[in-house]
Design a protein. Structure first.
Length: 410
């Protein structure tokens, strides 16, 4: 049965240099534990590597229309959110998700946070197909009873060597460095493991984090929240696997795949402002599978890239030179009580350039990682664009300047 949860009570902000102490459990929403918002309840579905089968695409679109507001929000981790859910919808939603394979473990559904290079195995780039690692890691995660104790915010990142997802702030990051080898990064250190052992190594690292968090007694949800001297050391993975430390391992950094073709049988599109209508989601079919991405789009595998013009006609972003590419926004009004503005209605793209994110309040929910233009709603109806006050009517030129000006000048 689905249960609506009350708004979380934030933990006190720690003093400078002091470790964060989490006095309450993680209130991150899931598919079974809903968040109550001004526009109804919200369900967040964890989709390891963003993967959806064709059948699951249909089920998700049907659920959005029948139970929610008809839209699917794509999160910055490539997960899916249903909004506008009514009270008492649990008798329909949970069985629907379970039957489609979207709820393989009720006890672990919030901890299946796995991001993987979405184009891996499709475009000939990368050292290994980390989508296969993601599937094995998910199976191992759901089969480990202790893993249910991870926070709903703990994140596994699997990069195939191109560096497109390494900047997403993973707690445990696997990087393919050769077809038969990977680097496991955690807490500023790295070890080298065999590619065949990579998913098992990632799970062992997560267990080491849990042990360190319990010993520290601060209720840490993420690796970065552990206090200094917590005893966490990724080299402990060597106790379970044949791993050797890589003293100067550097995380590769690369751009996300551009909207457009991905090899001969795949394509990449973006959802306007990170939301797909049920109709736009269905328009991605036929396909072997659909992979929702951390850039609020979808990689469609097993399809003809010649379909791109038809998908553009459905309102999807299919070209890297689209001014809407890289533009995202939080929920804003009327769905969020904390928001100062209807940021989705106010959003303008400016010219293509840096990613830009519109936020209704200082929490900046869903903002991108890395370098981005910060457009923040201000009291009185205006906005702050990278901290500078801008009237709502002048957003377009201000955002264009911020997206295209050299970053060193701002």
């Amino acid at each position: 049965m689905l249960a609506a949860m009350p708004p979380p009570v934030p933990s006190p902000t720690p003093a400078p240099g002091a470790p964060r102490v989490r006095e309450r459990g993680d209130a991150c929403p899931g598919a079974l534990r809903l968040h109550s918002a001004d526009d109804g309840h919200l369900a967040r579905l964890r989709l390891p590597a963003g993967r959806l089968t064709a059948r699951q695409v249909e089920v998700l679109a049907d659920a959005a229309e029948a139970l929610g507001d008809g839209r699917i929000s794509v999160t910055s981790r490539g997960n899916a959110e249903l909004r506008g859910l009514a009270d008492g919808c649990g008798a329909e939603l949970a069985p629907l998700l379970a039957e489609a394979g979207l709820l393989p473990s009720p006890t672990h559904e919030r901890v299946r946070n796995i991001v993987a290079s979405p184009a891996s195995g499709l475009d000939g780039l990368g050292a290994a197909d980390v989508q296969l690692w993601a599937r094995e890691l998910d199976e191992r995660l759901c089969a480990a009873p202790w893993a249910a104790g991870l926070s709903g915010r703990f994140l596994f990142v699997l990069d195939d060597g191109r560096g497109d997802v390494t900047g997403l702030g993973g707690d445990v990051t696997l990087v393919a460095v050769a077809p038969d080898a990977a680097h496991l990064h955690m807490g500023g250190r790295a070890v080298r493991v065999a590619a065949a052992d990579a998913p098992r190594a990632a799970l062992a690292a997560a267990r080491a984090f849990l042990s360190a968090a319990r010993a520290a007694g601060t209720g840490a949800w993420r690796v970065r929240e552990l206090p200094e001297g917590s005893g966490l050391d990724v080299r402990d993975v060597r106790k379970a696997l044949a791993a050797e430390e890589v003293p100067e391992a550097v995380l590769p950094q690369g751009p996300p795949p551009a909207p457009g073709p991905l090899g001969p049988a795949a394509l990449h599109v973006l959802a306007p402002l990170g939301r797909l209508t049920a109709g736009r989601l269905r328009a991605l079919l036929p396909a072997d599978e659909v992979r929702l991405t951390p850039w609020r789009g979808a990689v469609v595998a097993g399809t003809d890239p010649a379909r791109l013009p038809a998908l553009e006609a459905h309102g999807l972003i299919t070209r890297p030179d689209s001014p809407w590419a890289g533009v995202s926004a939080c929920t804003g009004r009327p769905g969020c009580a904390k928001s100062l503005a209807d940021v989705r209605a106010d959003a303008v793209p400016g010219r293509p350039g840096l990613p830009v994110h519109y936020s209704g309040c200082e929490r900046r929910c869903g903002h991108p990682h890395g370098d981005w233009v910060d457009v923040l709603a201000a009291p009185g109806g205006g906005y702050l664009v990278d901290g500078a006050p801008v009237p709502r009517t002048d957003l377009a030129p201000a955002v264009t300047t911020a997206r295209t000006a050299p970053r060193t000048t701002r």
